[in-house]
Write a protein that binds this ligand. Structure first.
Ligand code: TXA
Ligand code: MG
Length: 498
């Protein structure tokens, strides 16, 4: 009989902050994103909490107090529409010699008997190496989070364990890596094949939450050179290296400054690339000879699954010819470079729609190299002021910054009215919200009915593409507010108009 897969969640440091022996619900502080993560997981998995509470045996805390905290957690989760099948507590000290303390899989076996859990397809998540061993011992997969005591014990982990920033990222992982999960746009065997292609030096186009990437093994210079050839990309424009775990990211850099770490912790997986001093294993081809490397953990489940199966970091620029519009669907990739790539993984339309924000830590003070999917405001809120170079567009000053980029073939101008010399020409309008009148435009593309800048960013490249294919003489883009994602939109429009 094959039962249902489950996720066994550690409590302290994984779902809620680890503040020592919690004796009352007033001491509960949720780890950000925990409820969302569980809500996503429960469609495909039974959920359990497994917690070691040695404070009970040590006399620091009573079983009733622990149960009161657990009851409170279950009530809060139930109010958020989340069902936890059972909560298992080990009240012993390690020296007591019990069988239920993690990493013994005692409670997992109990769940298999009581709830028909299929342990081989199940996951454990926690901030201690014990939580990982727990899953591995029953043939499942252990996932390590860096919240709680995660950073502290990172070095004690066995190799090849997925290390993710937090429970939210762990949920992405689990959904990406379990064959039956419904989030994925392509099958597990397609991803497996693509991973083998990457490992053997081939190229794979794959979805991320920002745009589709054209990926190669970042440690294989010949494969990386092929990426430059296909894109017709100048060799002085460095690539972003995509990673599937924090451990992998750490292995690619010499230093991970505290504020970079905080950003990774909060926004990975997500549309943020961090430029850090590079480790010697990264070939010069990837970084255009620079002593730094840009790393990012993408949030798309297909990208994470690919990275995990490939077990190598993947260097990937956007999957379009150099300087042209970035692809936000698999069809865009097929149209632009379909003939030249080995495999195109289809993960549906990208939901962020503009490339990652790039923050450099190369020269001490964090510096914004490209506005993107994570708004500058959110970055500064977390780490304080970020420098914005006066001329981000001079190659040499900020490598890989070229004035004309992300461009349609049709000329594009930014402004409220068409230029006088365009009188009588076929003009298309790109605007944030519906314009008061459609005259004199031959075509109008509205990015968001409600003026939502995140929605506008998600629609930007596809709208530009439609305008570009309409045989227009000119595209007029209305200026957008430069706040939130508007900053990235305006950056791309300026580059398209240059
Ligand atoms: O969202 C994204 O970042 C997408 C997806 C595929 O992940 N990738 C992407 O890559 O936009 P690409 O190649 O289009 O842009 C990479 C840019 C370079 O042009 C350069 O500006 C910057 O990243 N970059 C990469 N490595 C750098 C480094 N070591 N120092 C400074 N800038 C770097
Ligand atoms: Mg813990």
């Amino acid at each position: 009989m094959s039962g249902r897969p489950a996720v066994f969640l550690d409590r302290d440091g994984t779902l809620i902050e680890d503040r020592g022996h919690l004796s009352s619900p007033t001491q509960v502080f949720w780890i950000p994103g925990a409820t969302d993560a569980l809500r996503r997981l429960q469609d495909d998995f039974l959920l359990f909490i497994v917690t070691n509470q040695p404070g009970i045996a040590e006399g620091l805390l009573q079983l009733e107090q622990v149960q009161q905290v657990n009851l409170y957690l279950l009530e809060r989760l139930a109010a958020a529409g989340i069902t936890i099948s059972d909560v298992y507590v080990c009240p012993h000290r390690r020296t007591d010699g019990c069988q239920c303390i993690k990493p013994f899989p005692y409670f997992l076996q109990q769940a298999a008997r009581q709830y028909g859990v299929d342990l081989g397809r199940s996951f454990t998540v926690g901030d201690h190496p014990h939580d990982v061993l727990l899953g591995q011992q029953v043939g499942g997969q252990g996932i390590y989070v860096c919240t709680g005591h995660g950073w502290k014990h990172l070095q004690e982990l066995p190799p090849a364990v997925p290390v993710v920033p937090d429970i939210r990222a762990a949920a992405e992982w689990i959904l990406a890596c379990s064959p039956g999960a419904r989030q994925l746009g392509c099958s597990a065997s397609e991803i497996q094949q693509a991973a083998e292609r990457i490992r053997s030096g081939g190229l794979v186009a794959f979805p991320t939450e920002t745009v589709y990437g054209l990926g190669a093994n970042a440690l294989d210079r010949t494969a990386v050179q092929k990426v430059f050839q296909i894109k017709n990309r100048p060799s002085n424009d460095p690539l972003i290296v995509h990673v599937g775990s924090l451990q992998q990211a750490q292995s690619l850099v010499l230093e991970f400054p505290e504020s970079a770490r905080r950003l990774a912790q909060r926004y990975w997986p997500g549309p943020l690339s961090l430029v850090l001093p590079k480790a010697p294993c990264i070939p010069d081809e990837v970084t255009a000879g620079l002593p730094t490397v840009a790393v990012r953990m993408p949030a798309h489940a297909v990208a994470l699954a690919l990275l995990w199966q490939a077990q190598v970091p993947i260097a990937a620029p956007s999957a379009n010819p150099f300087g042209r519009l970035s692809p936000t669907t698999a069809d865009h990739v097929r149209q632009q470079i379909g003939q030249q790539v080995d495999i195109i993984l289809d993960g549906g339309p990208c939901w962020v729609g503009v490339e990652s924000t790039i923050v450099s830590f190369a020269h001490g003070q964090p510096t914004l190299l490209r506005p993107g999917g994570i708004p500058l405001e959110q970055i500064e809120e977390l780490i304080g002021p970020v420098q914005i170079p006066a001329s981000m567009d001079l190659p040499g000053q900020a490598p890989g910054r070229f004035p004309r980029h992300y461009a349609p073939h049709t000329p594009l101008v930014i402004g409220w009215d068409p230029p006088l010399e365009a009188e009588g020409k076929r003009i298309g309008l790109l605007c944030l919200q519906p314009p008061p009148q459609r005259e004199p435009f031959a075509m109008v593309e509205v990015l968001s009915q409600t003026g939502d800048l995140a929605e506008a960013a998600a629609n930007l490249y596809a709208a530009l593409r439609r305008l570009d294919q309409a045989g227009l003489d000119l595209i007029l883009a209305h200026p957008m507010p430069e706040i939130g994602l508007g900053r990235a939109i305006m950056d791309r429009l300026r580059k398209a108009s240059s």
